[in-house]
Design a protein around this ligand. Structure first.
Ligand SMILES: NC(=O)C1=CN([C@@H]2O[C@H](COP(=O)(O)OP(=O)(O)OC[C@H]3O[C@@H](n4cnc5c(N)ncnc54)[C@H](O)[C@@H]3O)[C@@H](O)[C@H]2O)[C@@H](O)CC1
Ligand SMILES: [K+]
Length: 578
């Protein structure tokens, strides 16, 4: 299995690329290139019928759509006051030159009441170009839109440095509520922080306690929800993780001729996907990924690692594929442990054993179905002397009570050097509450931890809001603090070895459902048991878990079961797609 990595950049690195470009090119020419890239994408992906009556004046502009016999839609460009708006203005001029219906809305100025627009430099030149081309430019107070319109968000790009307020906030809401045919973001969806993927919200960022996700869930995002983002110079971290994964839509990169300096090619944050050398039943997605791989000049391939022995020859025994011991299933929580134990088998582990609370020793069932394939483990005290467990999965459904704590202690005190270990769920709760001794012991083990935001907050003794502020930095910190591979789960799951950060490309919102985390714990443990390095087990496990959810949704759509692709997935549904 190959891993394909594409570098992602933060705003400071993009500014370096910009500086390099401007050393050899006129900056307005680069802005025109950006607009040309936007125009190409819009013409290809979101064409509207040409507008035949020219010379629409500013006062009549807001009635463009209504005045047309056929309600064929208008390009509505919403402008901030920086160079992101400059890109939007040049685009508007080019659309107008093509004979399209286009109107610009200014968020920060009232052109008629002020002698000069607030634009400066290249953006001022772009403003002039749009005016010369006859593009109507009106205050956003005159906003109106139709479902047939295409909205272009040119409010903020990489220069966003504070929460949008006033008219900007109003404009972001108007775009999101417009129910337009499409929303295209210029460079970055406005309101999204491009370094971290965190969107501004309508509540203060400081909200949220340690481990409490609920306190900040439900806040309205103060950021544009785009169908497509055309991003310039290099791809950006925040478009692929946290809020950004959902807000950016499809991401198209236009380098504008920039070749980022060699040291940036060693970006410490990359997004990745894996390429399998076998045929999947959902081949279309894989073919698409293969095409992207072939077309992408920026990608690099690595991780020729961990080709599972399962596929290498036909002459093997189940013992060759590794044995996973799952420890969890405290009182009332057997399901999570069972999901993990079965998932390890589904990704090819040869054997799976489960140690659970004595209540379950006589009823080994998941949703009423007996767990025939999973063996019972009756005694944890032998695990240090035992060579039969190739990986331990500690925590699914373990519970935070005394019984859970006792099992956690038994395992961590008996960890042998190089024991392959994954800690998830309540195992992480106990890890956070244990003394440094346990963390030090992880150093000797070959360990992977898989927290969600709340668990990450507890592990680092910070608030959930603080975790959300910079997830790429947090996942690194987790790996460094606990001396292991850290997987920070969520939209655009992040993985770190304490040095680099990988962002997973697969997966969708359907994974936000009970039990999928237990399945992931089992998947990674299953790969660990088969001999994958902990980094490869984490990277491939996260990718395969997300791909299974993508394939599930694609199949449901194909069979018209769920055309909208809504949330129907149950955790155990993933098993059929590994
Ligand atoms: N100069 C050029 O030729 C190029 C510019 N490009 C575009 O330029 C963008 C960056 O331009 P800028 O650096 O001007 O930044 P932006 O256009 O993103 O906006 C920055 C302006 O908005 C203000 N601002 C930031 N947050 C605000 C808030 N919440 N409320 C109110 N005002 C706020 C800033 O003070 C600044 O005046 C890129 O994202 C890209 O779209 C690219 O096309 C590359 C070429
Ligand atoms: K934007």
């Amino acid at each position: 299995m190959q891993r394909v990595e594409t570098p992602l950049y933060d705003a400071a690195q993009i500014r370096q690329g910009e500086t390099q470009l401007f050393a050899h090119h006129d900056s307005f020419a680069i802005m025109q290139r950006a607009a040309e890239a936007l125009l190409t994408v819009i013409n290809e992906c979101f064409p509207l019928a040409k507008h035949l009556t020219d010379n629409v004046d500013e006062n009549a502009a807001e009635n463009i759509t209504e005045n047309r016999a056929e309600n064929r839609g208008t390009y509505r460009v919403v402008l901030g006051c920086g160079n992101n708006a400059g890109d939007g203005l040049v685009l508007a001029a080019r659309l107008k030159q093509q004979g399209q219906a286009v109107i610009c809305y200014t968020v920060f100025d009232q052109p008629r009441s002020q002698s000069l627009p607030p634009f400066t430099g290249d953006a001022a030149q772009a403003y002039q170009m749009a005016q010369d081309s006859g593009v109507p430019i009106v205050p956003v107070a005159k906003w109106q839109s139709q479902p047939t319109d295409v909205i272009i968000d040119a409010i903020f790009g990489i220069g966003l440095d504070r929460p949008p307020t006033g008219d900007a906030q109003w404009a972001i809401r108007a775009i999101n509520q417009a129910n337009a045919a499409a929303v295209v973001a210029v460079d970055v969806p406005s309101g999204l922080r491009c370094d971290t993927g965190q969107a501004y919200t309508d509540v203060a960022d400081e909200a949220g306690d340690i481990d409490s996700i609920d306190s900040i869930e439900g806040a309205d995002l103060n950021a544009v929800q785009a169908d497509m983002t055309v991003t310039f110079i290099g791809d950006k971290i925040g478009l692929h993780t946290a809020d950004g994964k959902g807000l950016s839509g499809q991401v198209v990169v236009a380098t504008l001729g920039a070749v980022l300096p060699a040291n940036l090619a060693e970006a410490t944050v990359v997004r990745y996907h894996c390429v399998y050398h076998r045929v999947y039943h959902c081949g279309a997605d894989e073919r698409r990924r293969q095409q992207q791989l072939n077309q992408s000049g920026q990608s690099r391939q690595s991780g020729q690692s961990g080709q599972s022995r399962r596929f290498s020859s036909g002459n093997q025994h189940k013992g060759d594929f590794g044995h996973v011991l799952t420890i969890g299933g405290g009182q009332g929580m057997f399901g999570g442990a069972a999901l993990a134990a079965v998932s390890a088998l589904k990704v090819g582990a040869g054997k799976s054993s489960l140690y659970a609370h004595p209540d379950y020793q006589s009823q080994f069932h998941l949703d009423g179905t007996p767990l025939y394939e999973v063996m019972r483990c009756h005694d944890l005290h032998a695990i240090d002397a035992s060579i039969c467990f190739n990986a331990i999965c500690l925590g699914p459904g373990l519970g935070r009570d005394d019984w859970g704590w006792a099992q956690f202690k038994t395992v961590t005190e008996r960890l042998t050097t190089n024991q392959r270990l994954l800690i998830d769920a309540d195992g992480l709760y106990h890890l956070a509450n244990s003394d440094n001794h346990s963390a030090n012991r992880l150093e000797n083990a070959i360990a992977v931890i898989t927290p969600h935001e709340g668990e990450a907050a507890r592990l680092l003794q910070i608030t959930v809001a603080a975790v959300r502020q910079d997830k790429p930095a947090i996942v690194k910190q987790l790996a460094q603090t606990y001396r292991c591979i850290a997987v920070l789960k969520g939209a655009g799951t992040l993985i770190s070895d304490g040095n680099s950060v990988w962002i997973n490309e697969s997966g969708n919102v359907n994974l936000a459902t009970a039990g999928t985390g237990d399945v992931l714990a089992g998947v990674i443990s299953g790969l660990l048991a088969q001999g994958y390095t902990p980094l490869d087990a984490a990277l491939q496990g996260v990718y395969r878990h997300g791909l299974a959810a993508d394939d599930y949704c694609a199949e449901k759509k194909r069979h018209s079961v769920n055309k909208a692709g809504g949330k129907t997935l149950r955790a155990s549904d993933l098993w059929s797609y590994f």
